[in-house]
Design a protein around this ligand. Sequence first.
Ligand SMILES: *Cc1c(COP(=O)(O)O)cnc(C)c1O
Ligand SMILES: [Zn+2]
Length: 499
Amino acid sequence: MRIDQFPKDMQPYLIPQPRGNMFYRCLKCGAEFDVRELLYTCVKCGGVLLLENRDVSHREIPGNIWRKIFDYRRMLNVQPLKGIFRYYEFTAPIIPLDQIVYLGEGHTPVVRANNRLRSMVGMDFYYKNDGLNPSASFKDRGMACALSYLQYLAGEKGLSDILAICASTGDTSASAALYSAYLRDIVKSAVLLPQGKVTPQQLSQPLGSGARVLEMPGVFDDCMKVVELLAEHYNVALLNSKNSWRILGQESFSFEVAQDFDYSVEDKVVVLPIGNAGNITAVMSGFLKFFEADVIDALPWIIGVQSDHADPVYRYYREETPGDRHFIPVDVRPSVAQAAMIGNPVSMPRVIELAEKYNGLAGGKRIHIVQVTEQEIMDSMIMANQNGNIACTQGGESLAGLQKAFNEGVVDSKMIGVLDSTAHMLKFATFQEKYFEDSFEPDFEVIPDPTLRNAPVELSVDNRGPSPQPGKPLKGKEMDQFVTHMAGKIASILNLTKK
Ligand SMILES: *Cc1c(COP(=O)(O)O)cnc(C)c1O
Ligand SMILES: [Zn+2]
């Protein structure tokens, strides 16, 4: 719909102008820094940062008007506002619209689970398919924001040779490479991967986008240490979630969940896997922003899920008394939720601060962390997909987490789950293959459920007749015999009855 077709009183709100007074705040020492520099950590103490806005004038607009603005923007065909920047004023409102990079990210489908899955879990739930983002994971939400900011900064400072770098469990590099490729005149990208710890599909993505791909021994946590050192000593733009511009973009997940359910979230339970903890940071922060501006009038429940092979956040919160909690990084073991296989999440200080604020404002414990097994993750993923979803292993982890929270009485059947399937199933097809072929290495501790396995059936020609070959089709009677033979075999395998 064209802008002049909207109600007159709403038109001025729909296409925003840059505004806001943003700054970085250190979570450790409280220092504040100007956003005209790209910072990853506090210059004074090395603590992690979050981006904030001193200008809270958007809170003067009542919640019902905001809801209308977002609902009208959904109908508006203005490119920069079609993705995560539909929520411009709540995201990074210093970036001019013409600097915003939009590659089709955000506004991913929310799909209700079928009857069978709902009764299996014991409650109603939906999957939000973040695998339907352009590089097939939720990471595109954060990258769209970070690269829009980079483009804006490059314009302000006259830069045209930015080297963007990241360590990755696979999806960050796919996304960083994609967005950098779009801005290739100003940004080149290099990605650092733990050798053998990303799937072939994830490896093909940055290669296809033209990034420099570097593979090193070790796991993600080791790669992270290396890029952090590089970011400290060289002129590179770090695109890991330590970069707080990414967190801002990922908040759009929460804004969308609110809008997807007509801003009624008091009975919702948002479930997501935790790796580096950037996503749960963003999800909490997003709901808090909407709550503080009266866009939503309650805070939903949030369940963070970790595999028992990589569970530092779960271990931290297992201690009920806040004063007795100590964060201890863990050594990860092989996990099918490979994108979340992280022992020392960089966003832990953000989680600690925001979870406390969240629970405080909600007036009770709304953030829960549950632990699941590798077996539960794989079974849940296969089960989800055999019921019409497209869940990756981490999406399976979300389902396993909801089931665990339900079984433990953390959530009940009056609530409605919203599960983040963080990537597309196809990126993690190798784990599905291991399940179907029963070929998991013992470290994974996964034994396939025979009723969930699947394999192609090879149809061979056993009547010694000829079969068609590429470039050598069968003709006439030979072809008739071949078709009859194959059809007969299939009818027998599928138990077909004659008409
Ligand atoms: C990155 C990633 C995660 C983990 O998110 P964090 O922000 O690191 O906690 C989970 N699932 C997928 C598919 C991912 O790519
Ligand atoms: Zn500091």
